[in-house]
Design a protein. Structure first.
Length: 274
């Protein structure tokens, strides 16, 4: 999706129907109907959602002003570190009965409608969830002149809800599946060990993430140099090039010739991944 640079400073509101996404991933892994069973639903949950990947996607659209997730959190303690590290505000919702829904979609829609009426700086609203129940708030968000992005699993997303968004991203395409250990599965794990990968360069990794996210959000490989540093600070507010031997961001960028290509643009230098 192409976006104008003039919108880069508008804020993002990110709303998660967290259990909806988690349930979709559980059922993709263990089969349809697995999560709906009470003995599977009301117990400590296996952490499958890549929280950081979705927060980073949201940050590619602008500064994240609201990052709020709705769930019955008593069973999701194993997500604690990921949620804290990504500054997610947790909204606790207890279901009114053992077989009842927690009402996350209703509460999320009410909050999103109220927030866009109160905060003019919110330019992009991102809703994580696949229910058709989000369709009415989609109309409100678009009528208010805000950009609506939806995120959900391919298998569990209602197609009418997906079509009602300005843009819809399937979680399955955003997050890569973990690699399969072919050697272990085929009984060949005792063969000659694979050489260890060279140590990662945190500064290079951060630059790659920033360029990749900006390029994906704009739909073109070249991104403005001026957009990179704000993007990096949105990904990690503590990042400092000096910790990695660079005098500043410009110095770091010049040292990354093997990672990125730089050329002059009309008003700013342009950067893309090699």
């Amino acid at each position: 999706m192409n976006r104008n640079d003039e919108n880069d400073n508008r804020s993002v509101a990110l709303y998660w129907d967290f259990e909806n996404l988690h349930a979709g991933l559980i059922e993709a892994k263990y089969g349809e109907g697995h999560y709906a069973r009470q003995d599977n639903r009301f117990k400590a949950q296996e952490p499958l959602v890549d929280v950081q990947a979705l927060v980073e996607l949201a940050a590619s659209f602008g500064p994240v002003a609201i990052n709020r997730a709705y769930c019955n959190w008593q069973f999701f303690g194993r997500y604690r570190d990921a949620l804290l590290q990504n500054a997610v505000e947790l909204i606790q919702l207890f279901p009114p009965g053992a077989s009842a829904k927690n009402g996350a979609d209703i509460k999320l829609c009410l909050d999103a409608a109220e927030d866009i009426s109160r905060f003019a700086h919110i330019g992009t609203v991102i809703i994580v969830g696949g229910d058709s129940d989000f369709m009415p708030v989609a109309q409100k968000i678009k009528a208010a002149g805000r950009t609506l992005i939806g995120i959900g699993t391919r298998r569990n997303t209602n197609r009418h809800w997906a079509k009602s968004c300005h843009e819809f991203r399937y979680y399955d395409s955003l997050v890569e599946a973990p690699p399969v250990d072919d050697g272990a599965q085929s009984g060949q794990a005792d063969e000659a060990p694979v050489a260890a990968a060279p140590p990662a360069d945190p500064a290079a990794d951060m630059l790659k993430r920033a360029v990749r996210l900006l390029a994906e959000s704009r739909g073109e490989p070249w991104v403005n140099k001026a957009s990179l540093w704000p993007m990096i600070k949105r990904l990690d507010s503590t990042f400092d090039p000096k910790e990695y031997g660079h005098a500043g961001f410009s110095d770091m960028l010049k040292a990354m010739d093997a990672v990125v290509e730089i050329r002059k643009g009309d008003t700013d230098h342009l950067v893309r991944l090699r």
